[in-house]
Design a protein around this ligand. Sequence first.
Ligand code: ZN
Length: 345
Amino acid sequence: MELENFRPQSKLVTKITLVEIPRFPAIDAHNHLAEPFGGGWDQKPLQQLLDLLDQAGIRMYVDLDGGWGEDILNTHLDNFKAPAPERFKIFGGVDWSKWTELGDGFPEWAARRLRVQKERGAEGLKVWKEFGLHVKDHYGELVKVDDPRLVPIWETAGELGLPVLIHVADPAAFFDPIDETNERWEELQVHPDWAFTSPPFPPFLSILNGLESLVTRHPSTIFIGAHVGCYAENLAWVGALLDRCPNFYVDIAARLGELGRQPYTARKFLLKYADRVLFGSDMGPYPEVYRVIYRFLETDDEYFNYNAAPIPMQGRWHIHGLYLPDDVLEKVYFRNAERILLNHG
Ligand SMILES: [Zn+2]
């Protein structure tokens, strides 16, 4: 038998809890509605989407797919926000490709686009992981996450009250050589374009240090570090940044596999930083995906798959529930998101 065909069935006889709706109606602060991550809801009936969200107990859904062209943003605002304003928030983005053309004028131009996006109805800024990995300036040089030329973008976001949901780097193992020691080997076989082996890519920690200095230098701008502050493997690192920067928040999107395999550390982290952690799924509006997250946050179930897929996609391990108390669940499910997303001017 080839190792890839191995399908061990756990013989543990332990509790299995089905949690269909969250303890408190939740705000999903990190998700998508377009392809490839959100399921292409531009092309499907809104009522179907709302039914799924109702079924899953999601009262509000942050769609990070507003993009940078006003066309996409307008489409998402028209399709989702306009007919159901209290159910959706749409985030815009930065069009880095314009840097080549606009040269030194790019940062100010990008900051002005934020104003336009906000006027149109965008309620936040999503920064994708290409920033720090692929984005180049007009000299063709890779741009660092804390590049001082970009100050106007971050300061304008702060001034406009637009929270910046930022994803830099990726799982730490994506930066390692892809060999028999790489814990994400199987996933990287399926998605070879997710490998950022360094070199030629910058070292993982240099990107994360860039995030740290970015967040530290702009205390009036709210940054939400996607995927547990972009470093779910090292909650001490994330906690230190949360300690230092009151403007920093994190979401838990797509990192159940990381949090749930270090359940003691993760539980302490969530209790300590209960005011700074946002609920999010990142995998579309699907009840079967949400149920796994509710089970993880709310129950003390042991050793279960963190994916709805039969083979856990981020690695063949299982997770343990955190049985968070109600006051923490309430903050993570909606209070924190409410504070950041609903109170801007
Ligand atoms: Zn995402």
